[in-house]
Design a protein around this ligand. Sequence first.
Ligand code: ADP
Length: 248
Amino acid sequence: MEADTILRTDGLTKDFRGFRAVDGVGLTVRRGTVHALIGPNGAGKTTCFNLLTKFLPPSDGSITYKGRDITGMKPADVARLGLVRSFQISAVFGQMSVMENIRIALQRRRGHSYDFWRPQRLLEALDGEALALAESVGLAGFAATPAAQLSYGRKRALELATTLALDPEMLLLDEPMAGMGREDVERTTELIRSIARNRTILMVEHNLSVVATLSHRITVLARGKVLAEGDYATVSADPRVVEAYIGG
Ligand code: ADP
């Protein structure tokens, strides 16, 4: 594995009762880059993402992270190595404030499950770090706001903060802009850009202008296979890519 490679898949394959959704995908993600996985509907992006995050076992092939074969590993063990998928909003506690949600995530990093009876002063010891994280995702002004009262975009920002609380080296983001209006998309784009300064990001994203703005490298999937790879200018000018999107 080359020194600047952080994540690699070889021959990654997933069959669903005889239907091959992901077909021998070889993906190389370089350390410190934002790498996007795109492709028309049904291309196999979600399946691929679920294989990478260990939500699904592959039918064949392997996944290597920082030189280690993680194919058979559990998601929690992979997270401990620094490869973390962003939690879904359902993992955010609606009745709890932004600060409380981030504190819980900080405790998780330390390997504790959340203890509702933990003395308040112990929780408050994490306040400095929690506030810094809230600030880093633009939620400093919402520290005391219950998560349920945040706008959709800000909930996603909180979700990112709880993911960052685990201090990942590499983040897997599943459609970070899904369901967002223009303002939230702009804010989240800036947020991902700043997160990417010292981390590697692999994201599945439908919004191609976001992909164009953020990604260093793009892998285009179609019918479960890698169709093209390169920077945005290269893949968007590739006639096979245009054809795959139009031909759907
Ligand atoms: P994308 O995210 O690129 O739209 P998916 O990974 O969701 O593509 O799906 C790829 C193909 O695999 C689709 O044809 C889809 O119908 C099929 N597929 C996905 N999940 C399953 C499943 N659990 N069982 C059977 N077929 C599936």
